[in-house]
Design a protein around this ligand. Structure first.
Ligand code: CDP
Ligand code: MG
Length: 709
């Protein structure tokens, strides 16, 4: 058996990739047609090679080659890789741009970016005049932004005469996807040609486990199970690397800790059956990981060492790691879903689809035959896993993209060319929320505020709170908060040793208390300011159990948001208001103007009831500084919702009913276009509560009726 190291090095040479044999034909195909679909197995070289071929063939003479990725990590790591292959410094000829991180320059000819970034560029320049080629990549992932881009590119460029009027040279659009749906995509773009890169795939044997079955509601134990299975593989299988699929950062870090502890106790002389294997290298992989650590993932392990990558779904298609021979599949994924019971988007851990499970298994068969160990039962596969993953556009809130479309002049958002139409009620719900935020008026036209809101790469509610603070002249309170909410979690919580975990919690507690009136938003502000004013910020972070790297990016995000705000203030008339009250109240009032859609009132004990007409029962998440003080709270706003065994609200802030009472009635105007007089009525707290409980009862009745059906 050859060592995994050698396998990996050979395989990643561009000339060994399946796409290489089709280089000339592929370049010709792009030349010939304004739209082209390219399909090929993951790992065949589409993302890294095609842009290089086009660059070499002179496609950059008039403009850039832009390649979109649904995931930011993919955009960054792929750009790094391509810069290395083209022997140039990252950020010069080859660069990347993701939200709040622009690593490009005047020279950049090949630009990798997230689909969200390109969408923002379309907003500023609908004809994409800087580009000669736009490649929408990983289209099979069906991310919301990619789906919208598909429709926009079709709208703008599928009529050649119309397109010629807009640009001085033609734009080439390439749509890349890992097999599947090529006919549908081709039909969508007026039957454009499809280029298939034949792949080599080796057989992968899949086995089912016994750990997760259809009746297991509490599924938290799957972390332990994947660790056990991964160790079994390590001990009993021949050389070859392992890829473990879990759902998120904390879970992955926990699994890595467990693996590390157990692997340390293995006696390689006796326990491990393949004697060429002398050790285990454990590497986590998730979206918000430091870039240098991400790079390690792709490096072949030292001779004799088996690599075990513990990853989120990102390793299923966006990133290909060479040398993987074994897959351990938890069967779950963390997904943002619109939850109609809660009435908003929530992060949920849900079973993956069967096609996703096949894709995961396939990662073991790229260079030789492989094995996939599923920890769930066959019954779970049959009963709990859907056939296909539902496109994001059909399961998440459309508020931000609908505002973007409206600002692009697409007024009829229902008849926009969607590859798969979202349900009409989702579109109406988005319109309703935009109306509630005053981003559009009763006729659906974008308001002045809406035009300002679209400039910020933030959730519309957060933007609204930020704009409110600007009008009150207290943006210094909100800018850091918005920045902190835009980066990954800054609190170090999961540590191997219990005693240290307690110590971390104590420090975080002290930071929360420093603000006087405890609330999670103010804690974020306090962390931001304390660290910024410290002489040795990185040491300060270490002492307070804060991720310095995350905080550093928050500093940069804050600067960027501040610049956007300043630019807007220079060109637009900004409303000004005044307020006399203390800072804590000022901050919370500004937050209310954006988060009034996320208001909850304490119902009984520690249970809260949301006030958006859904009347869902929610709990304060243990990570909140208000956890265990719930009984003293009455009204709160929250940043987001997480559903695990319970429905949790995270990043919580106590408020007063008076601050939202004028805003709340807007939530209950059922029809966007038929504003009832309720909107302007004074509603007392009691009336509100009565109304809510009536609504909640109605909903519960509906829900139980649904259950019966
Ligand atoms: O896009 P597609 O899935 O067809 O393939 P790709 O992402 O272009 O990957 C081609 C090869 O480049 C694979 O063997 C990857 O492992 C390798 N690669 C890498 O070594 N480092 C990266 N950062 C990205 C890709
Ligand atoms: Mg790719």
């Amino acid at each position: 058996m050859s060592k995994p190291t050698r396998l990996a090095v050979k395989d990643s040479e561009p000339k060994h990739l399946p796409i290489y044999q089709h280089k000339n034909k592929l370049v010709q195909a792009v030349r010939k047609s304004p739209f082209l679909i390219v399909t090929g197995e993951t790992g065949s070289g589409k993302t890294t090679q095609l842009p290089q071929y086009l660059h070499e063939a002179g496609f950059c003479k008039n403009g850039k080659i832009g390649i979109t990725q649904p995931r930011r990590v993919a955009a960054i790591t792929v750009a790094q890789r391509v810069a290395q292959e083209m022997k140039c410094t990252l950020g010069r000829e080859v660069g990347y741009q993701v939200r709040f991180d622009d690593c490009t320059s005047q020279e950049t000819a090949v630009k990798y970016m997230t689909d969200g970034c390109l969408l923002r560029e379309v907003l500023a320049d609908p004809s994409l005049s800087q580009y000669s080629v736009v490649i929408l990549d990983e289209v099979h992932e069906r991310s919301l932004n990619t789906d919208i881009l598909l429709g926009l590119l079709k709208n703008v460029f599928s009529d050649p005469a119309e397109a010629a009027k807009r640009r001085s040279f033609p734009l080439k659009v390439v749509v890349m996807s890992a097999t599947l749906e090529s006919d549908k995509l081709s039909a969508f773009f007026n039957n454009c040609p499809v280029f298939e890169i034949p792949g080599r795939v080796f057989p992968v044997t899949c086995t089912f486990g016994s750990a997760v079955g259809p009746k297991d509601v509490e599924r938290n134990f799957y972390v332990k199970e994947v660790v056990k299975v991964a160790l079994d593989v390590h001990i009993s299988e021949k050389a070859g690397d392992i890829l473990v699929f879990l759902t998120g950062q904390s879970e992955i870090e926990h699994a890595c800790d467990l693996l590390f502890e157990k692997a340390e106790n293995i006696d390689y002389r006796y326990d491990v059956q393949d004697r060429t294997v002398e050790g285990l290298l454990i590497l986590p992989l998730y979206g918000s990981m430091p870039t240098d650590q991400q790079r390690q993932i792709f490096q072949p392990p030292p001779p004799g060492i088996r690599k075990c990558v513990v990853a989120t779904n990102i390793a299923a298609t966006s990133l290909t790691i060479n040398g993987i021979k074994y897959i351990v599949d938890s069967g779950f994924v963390k997904q943002l879903n619109h939850n109609s019971r809660v009435g908003m988007d929530v992060l949920e851990v849900v079973p993956i689809s069967k096609s996703e499970a096949q894709q995961r298994a396939g990662r073991a068969g790229r260079t030789s035959a492989g094995k996939c160990f599923r920890i769930y039962t066959k019954e779970f596969w049959e009963k709990c896993m859907p056939e296909y993953t539902i496109p994001e556009i059909q399961r998440t809130s459309l508020t931000a993209v609908i505002l973007t479309l409206k600002c692009l002049g697409v007024h009829d958002v229902i008849r926009f060319p969607y590859l798969d139409c979202p349900e009409e009620r989702f579109i109406l719900e988005a319109l309703k929320q935009l109306y509630q935020f005053d981003a559009i008026d009763r006729r659906g036209k974008v308001t002045k505020l809406g035009e300002l809101m679209v400039e910020f790469p933030l959730h519309p509610g957060l933007t609204r709170a930020l704009l409110k603070s600007a009008s009150l002249g207290c943006q210094d309170l909100l800018l850091p908060v918005a920045a902190m909410l835009s980066v990954e979690n800054i609190f170090i919580r999961s540590v191997t040793w219990r005693t240290l975990e307690k110590e971390a919690a104590k420090k975080h507690r002290a930071l929360a208390e420093k603000t006087g009136s405890i609330n999670d938003f103010a804690t974020l502000l306090c962390v931001f300011n304390s660290c910024k004013s410290s002489d040795r910020p990185s040491a300060w972070c270490k002492e307070n159990w804060i991720h310095w790297r995350a905080l550093k990016s928050a500093f940069s995000v804050e600067t960027q948001l501040r610049e956007i705000l300043l630019r807007l203030q220079q060109v637009q008339d900004f409303p000004t208001e005044s307020f006399d009250g203390n800072k804590s109240e000022l901050l919370r009032r500004c937050l209310c103007s954006g988060y009034f859609t996320n208001v909850a009132r304490r119902s009984v004990g520690k249970v809260f009831c949301t006030m958006d007409g859904h009347g869902s029962m929610v709990h304060v998440h243990p990570s909140s500084s208000l956890f265990e003080q719930e009984a003293e709270l009455n009204w709160v706003i929250f940043h987001d919702v997480l559903v695990t065994s319970k429905t949790y609200i995270r990043t919580v802030c106590p408020i007063r009913y008076e601050w939202v009472k004028d805003l709340l009635p807007k939530l209950h105007e059922v029809d966007v276009y038929e504003l009832s007089s309720v909107a302007r009525q004074e509603v007392t707290e009691d009336e509100m509560v009565k109304w809510e409980s009536k609504e909640a009862a109605k909903r519960q009745q509906e829900a139980s009726a649904e259950d019966v059906m």
